[in-house]
Write a protein that binds this ligand. Sequence first.
Ligand code: ZN
Length: 571
Amino acid sequence: MTKHACSRRSFIGMAGAGIAGAALPRWAVAGLFADARDAELVVFNAKVYTVDSKLANAEAFAVRGGKFIAVGKSADIKDLIGKKTQIIDAQQMTVVPGFIDSHNHASGNTLLYEVLVGNPYEVEFVTISSIVDKLRLKAKTTPADTWVEGFFFDDTKLKDKRALDVHDLDQVSTELPVAVHHRGGHTTFYNSKALKMAGVTKTTPGVAGGTYDRDGSGELNGRVTDRAREVLYKVGKRPSYSADETMRRDREGLAYISKQFVRFGLTGVCHEGGNLRALEEVRARGDLLHRVSYEAEGAELEAMISGGMTTGLGDDWIKLGATFEHTADGSFSERTMALSIPYPGTSSGYKGNVTETQEVLNAWCERVHRAGIQLNCHANGDVAIDHVLTAYERALQLVPRPDARPKITHCTLINDDLVRRIKAINAVPALFTSYAYYNPDKFHFYGEELMKRCMAYRTLLDAGIPAAAGSDFDPGPFSPLMGIQGMVTRTGWNGEVWGANQRITVDEALRVNTINGAYATREEASKGSITPGKLADFVILAEDLHTVEPEKIKDIRVVRTVVGGLTAYRA
Ligand SMILES: [Zn+2]
């Protein structure tokens, strides 16, 4: 016998090749058995919240081949430790399944390359002068006719007790077009030069699905909403990059945001569009740390339809998911979503922006659904959710497909009838997560009566609808723990409580952020809980979110994030 025969692995080979069918001696069977069961990773001495009702109160688990192979008591799982097993003594820390974000604009380029005039991750108040200063600096190196742009602006996170306006942005430049984009993505603030270049004057009427806002004396104040911005997109220059340079920037952006995701405990994220080729290159380079459900739009969606690619194509790292959010109305945070009543506290009768006609919506949904692709529309207001459900019901009736799970991104303001219809077609809503904590400064625009029906996790879960968590980053911070805190407390950073009737428990919030996210992408059989056979995606937390003060959940330290059994982040 060679020296290798002493090792158990060699012995398996010999046993398999040489004495197949023969009864193995007892000691050999024991050796074979132990080797086959050896784990690559064992985590023990932990408080494991599996999110699998059959596996409650676990202390430990083992991983092999990137998947969980056993979950149970520390003493039992330790039996699976072999010579090469990586061992983590969790020292009674908490372990939960990897968090899943079901709606995220995850390019990362903005974070890396643009002027950020607000804080992407946390509640932070800034001054208008800080915004003007940052953009002035940018303007100094900006060529003629080229846009000077600021990102991550939040109109209710200003230390000045007034709104940003056209006069502030005229301080940046009177020669160059200037735009400050609200992080919500549906409103932009422009300077006079930009409005002039687009031919917008104080007499320009609004468009269907958009407005040019005015101050008390009827002058343009610089705020332009939703589709009224289209004329401004067409003027001015933006930096152009070669194909190689674009690819490099997109790769760097994706690699950068992947690091941020795992830092916050996210192991799965639905990407709203983005450069698919760059994503694949990031993965090939070993820089993709989280799993991606890719939600195609534009050219990529057309390629899916014409090429016969349907939802689910791909693998456990990059998979084609639902479509990009096809937008049916405006924004919740920027107060342009389509309501059935005028905005409370306003005298104009404004009911928000419907950004797509029912006819166009119907046709789009039918075409996508016929192509075998999971539908996904953005709808915030009750009017828009009604429109989207009408289009979904129609498509499903024309082309019945069991378990199509059409997705409703945001699904913010519901009523009993909408809930009944969502349930009837098994639609999957992906609600805002961090807003309850991050955005209480906007809820007074709606008032308590409407807030009782907004981000209605309690109502939807009670109806048996598996609501998922969609941060909508950039609009909302993507920290899942900030999201869970808001779902549990409905209390904002400022201590205000809105829609307390929609509170859910910590366990429910965990499900929303894990298994319900897996369900929304049709992957509940392979992820979303700590269950043998599923992908070994989990997070070790320094404290137990069940026992810590609820208003401290967002501050719990992510100690380690593991994706497919490999550590993607370590504090
Ligand atoms: Zn979005």
